[in-house]
Write a protein that binds this ligand. Structure first.
Ligand code: F6R
Length: 625
């Protein structure tokens, strides 16, 4: 699989989440259908991006605005919203994945200003949200939602009130906001236009006859045009039925026609944003997901959270499946780096593990979905014993988040593939960030940890780009294997478990993980010539200890695959398949290095003819005990 099939530079740098579509037509029905029907179909093509609510605004020739929005999935609420009944000359629509404010009708987009004259939809997050919100409230604006998006509408409103033209108001707004955004604004002063601005979040213009459109992704427009312009960071402007205006750096106009490209996509490529499977898409999204997690953590890891962790008598960290493996990494760092009394456990074992907690203890629930019943039950038991409860989750407003005393969101974007990928990496990075802060409070030297947290997105990117094809070739060699081992020691044990889980759940090859030192106490009995054994090694104190275990496996004829820091030449030389990775010395390496296991599992599934997105007998969210 090649990255070239991703349509624009922005597409692989940006968290794929929320969908935007906007269209201006010269007359009603230029699109060949009511504008509401067009918007609905466009949103359906953006559903793959993930969302929790839907909304649209349709404006007719006499500037009457109809705005409808609701929490829920399109299929459930399309009739309530009644898209097909609305026609007009301008339309904007949005699928929202909550970042600021829970998923709800009132937080769904579009958002309007105080006068109902500016209508905005937006992807991304505004970093200076709090500051802007306070400022706007102090100036008497009436905010009707908890979103950062609504602030944009009110800022434009102010600028228009000061006498600026809509384009000037847009320029000033972009100077005021900080963060990632792609937004569309209808401003009733110039009613045939849709204004836009972009920084980081993707946006693409589609060219037509008697209409122009703009969307967060090409699939939304493909039914009406294949001629597109990819808007770049720092650009803004407007579309009208017959004009496209783009400027850069706040007033240097750009010739849009010099940037027109013609795309030729298959429906399969469209639905998965250009990737053959959601799992591949989510593996590739990891660098940006980690960046997004890191950007969101400083505001969330409060002094109070750090205080309760440092004062805790015991810290219990629970998760299921992949989230348990992330819990293991977090536990390892808390014990070995901060010297806290922590322990990780598989959530479903809560009865035997949580015996005598009290308010001196802390319980951390790690869960992508925030709904996994085993983790929820463990959390409730810990809470019933008065332990303080922290949730680390990806889904805003999920049950685990709601019931916890403290919540930390990963903001990794929606994960659709059943096999967890980017949420493992972001759970680990969340834990590493907390550990870093704990070290700083305690005065523990952690410069290597800090450095590795910051470089983990670029190292993950490098590993994925360099090794995807190699894992595809390796999968061809291993695809007939009936069993595999993943062996690690100390810091690399959790991702060995994660590798074995990924391989078994999607490729159906029986895979087990063990502490490498334990392998000689039984598991080695299965090893015969050609038996694949994957070793994972960071450049830390365990890197040396594992050499004997590799030799033991080689002596039985194992096919050794060694994913190790590139400076560990002696270890890498022992491999049938060496995988030399950028040198890392702390458990933060679990996030970038796990990509090797994910890519191997993914390619094994594909080579064996299975769909990695639909593993048998598994559900994305497990809500029965
Ligand atoms: C494995 C996988 C599952 C989940 C587990 C917990 O690829 O996806 O093992 O990790 O069901 O789910 P969350 O993290 O939603 O609690």
């Amino acid at each position: 699989m090649s990255r070239d099939i991703i349509y624009c530079a922005a597409g692989n740098r940006v968290l794929i989440v929320c969908g935007i579509i906007g269209v201006c037509q010269r007359e009603k029905l230029v699109l060949g259908e009511p504008i509401g029907s067009f918007l609905k179909k466009a949103l359906q093509r953006l559903e793959y991006r993930g969302y929790d609510s839907v909304g649209f605004a349709v404006i007719d020739k006499d500037r009457r605005i109809t705005l409808r929005k609701k929490k829920g999935k399109l299929a459930e609420i399309e009739n309530i919203l009644g898209f097909d009944a609305f026609d007009g000359v301008v339309g904007i629509a949005h699928t929202r994945w909550a970042t600021h404010g829970e998923p709800s009708d009132r937080n769904a987009h579009p958002h309007i200003d105080c006068n109902g004259c500016v209508v905005v939809i937006h992807n991304g997050t505004l970093q200076n949200y709090q500051e802007l919100k306070e400022l706007l409230i102090s100036r008497g604006h009436l905010l009707r939602s908890d979103t950062d998006t609504e602030l944009i509408a009110h800022i434009i409103e102010e600028k228009i009130r000061e006498g600026l033209t809509p384009l000037e108001a847009l320029r000033e707004t972009v100077k005021t906001i900080k963060g990632a955004y792609a937004f569309l604004a209808y401003i009733c002063k110039e009613p045939d236009k849709i204004f836009f601005a972009k920084n980081v979040s993707p946006i693409v213009i589609g060219l037509g006859n008697g209409f122009n459109m703009i969307a967060s992704d090409i699939p939304a427009m493909i039914s009406h045009t294949k001629r597109v312009i990819v808007v770049e960071d720092g650009e803004m402007g407007y579309i009208s039925p017959d004009t496209i205006y783009i400027e850069k750096d706040n007033n240097t106009p750009i010739d849009p026609m010099s940037r027109v490209i013609t795309v030729d996509w298959t429906p399969e490529m469209i639905d998965k944003g250009g990737y053959p499977h959601y799992m591949a898409k989510e593996i590739y999204e990891q660098p940006i997901a980690i960046r997004s997690t890191l950007a969101g953590l400083p505001d969330q890891i409060t002094d109070e959270i750090l205080r309760i962790l440092l004062r805790a008598r015991r810290i219990y960290i629970a998760g299921a499946g992949t989230s348990y493996h992330a819990a293991m990494v977090i536990d390892f760092m808390m014990r070995n780096i901060v010297d806290l009394d922590s322990r990780s456990f598989i959530s479903s074992e809560y009865l035997s593990t949580l015996r005598s907690l009290d308010d001196n203890d802390v319980f951390i629930a790690v869960s992508q979905s925030g709904e996994t019943i085993d983790t929820l039950m463990a959390m409730r038991r810990a809470k019933s014993m008065n332990a303080k409860v922290i949730a680390v989750t990806n889904v805003l407003g999920s049950t685990i988040a709601r019931e916890a005393d403290y919540k930390i969101y990963m903001r990794a974007g929606p994960e659709i593939g059943v096999a967890a990928t980017k949420t493992f990496a972001t759970e680990v990075i969340t834990g590493a960030y907390i550990v870093e802060k704990l070290c700083l409070v305690r005065g523990i030297e952690c410069s290597q940890l800090s450095k590795e947290i910051r470089i983990s997105p670029s190292i993950t990117e490098l590993i994925i780009n360099k090794y995807f094809k190699e894992m595809e070739s390796l999968s061809k060699i291993l695809k007939e294997a009936r069993n595999m081992y993943f062996l690690g020691r100390g810091s690399t044990l959790p991702i060995s478990y994660e590798g074995a889980l990924k391989v078994k759940e999607i490729s159906y090859i029986h895979a087990e993980a063990y502490p490498a030192g334990e392998s000689k106490h039984g598991p080695i009995a299965l090893v015969e010539p050609g038996f694949p054994v994957v070793f994972t090694i960071f450049d830390d104190e365990y890197g040396e200890l594992i050499i004997n275990n590799i030799e033991e496996m080689k002596a039985r004829g194992a096919y050794t695959i060694i994913a190790a820091s590139e400076n560990l030449e002696r270890q890498l030389k022992l491999a049938n398949k060496p995988i030399a990775l950028p040198t890392m010395r702390t458990p933060v390496a679990s996030a970038p290095y796990v990509a090797i296991h994910q890519m191997l599992a993914y390619n094994l599934a594909v080579s064996r003819g299975y769909d990695p997105d639909k593993p048998r007998n598994l559900a994305k969210t497990v809500t029965v005990e």
